[in-house]
Ligand binder design. Structure first.
Ligand code: CO
Length: 171
C-alpha cells in the first residue's frame, strides 16, 4: 500500500533508526509498502523512516536505463536490512535527489567503493561489494537510517541558499 512520504524538515528524518530483530510478516508488509510508495513516486531508493518507520530498512531499485518508461521490477529491488559498511574507500561526486526533498538535486561527495554487510527479509546475511551508482545510493539511504539527509553535506553557502528556497516552496 502506498504510504505518505515524510517531507523535509519533518523531525522524524532526524531519528536514528533501530535495528530489526524480527524478520516477520510485519517486516514484509513494511517492505511491500515501501516498494509501492517508491514506485508511485518513481524513486530509486527509500528508507523506512521516509514513510515514518524508524527501522534499519531500505530498498533500492536502479532502473536499467534512464528512459521515462524504464521498468521497475519488484524482483530486482534490493531489500536491505541492518546494513553495516565494512569498507568505504576513495571519493567521487554524483548528483543526488531525495523523495523527502522533492525537486532538489545536488552534487554530493561520497566514498567511491563500498563493502556492505546486510540481511534480507528472511534474516539471511549477504555482502555487496560495489563501486558504481549502487554504492552512492546505498550511502544516501543508510544516511537516512542515521538521521541524516543529503543536503547536510552541502557547503555552508549552498545549504543557506537551499533552506531559503525550500522555505519559499513550502509556503
Ligand atoms: Co533520500
Amino acid at each position: 500500500m502506498v504510504q505518505e512520504i515524510v517531507i523535509y524538515p519533518d523531525k522524524r528524518l532526524k531519528l536514528i533508526s533501530k535495528e530489526v530483530t524480527e524478520f516477520n510478516e510485519e517486516l514484509h508488509t513494511l517492505l511491500n509498502d515501501m516498494f509501492d510508495t517508491m514506485l508511485s513516486k518513481k524513486g530509486v531508493g527509500l528508507a523506512a523512516i521516509q514513510i515514518g518507520v524508524p527501522q534499519r530498512v531500505l530498498i533500492i531499485n536502479l532502473p536499467e536505463d534512464d528512459s521515462e518508461d524504464a521498468v521497475f521490477n519488484k524482483e530486482e529491488t534490493l531489500e536491505i536490512i541492518n546494513p553495516i559498511f565494512t569498507s568505504k574507500e576513495g571519493a567521487c561526486k554524483h548528483q543526488e535527489g531525495c523523495l523527502s526533498i522533492p525537486g532538489v538535486y545536488e552534487d554530493i561527495e561520497r566514498a567511491e567503493h563500498i563493502v556492505l554487510e546486510y540481511q534480507d527479509r528472511y534474516g539471511e546475511k549477504h555482502i555487496i561489494d560495489n563501486h558504481d551508482f549502487l554504492a552512492i545510493a546505498l550511502q544516501h539511504e543508510i544516511d537516512h537510517l542515521d538521521g541524516k539527509v543529503f543536503i547536510e553535506k552541502l557547503s555552508f553557502i549552498k545549504r543557506k541558499k537551499f533552506e531559503k528556497e525550500w522555505k519559499k516552496r513550502l509556503k
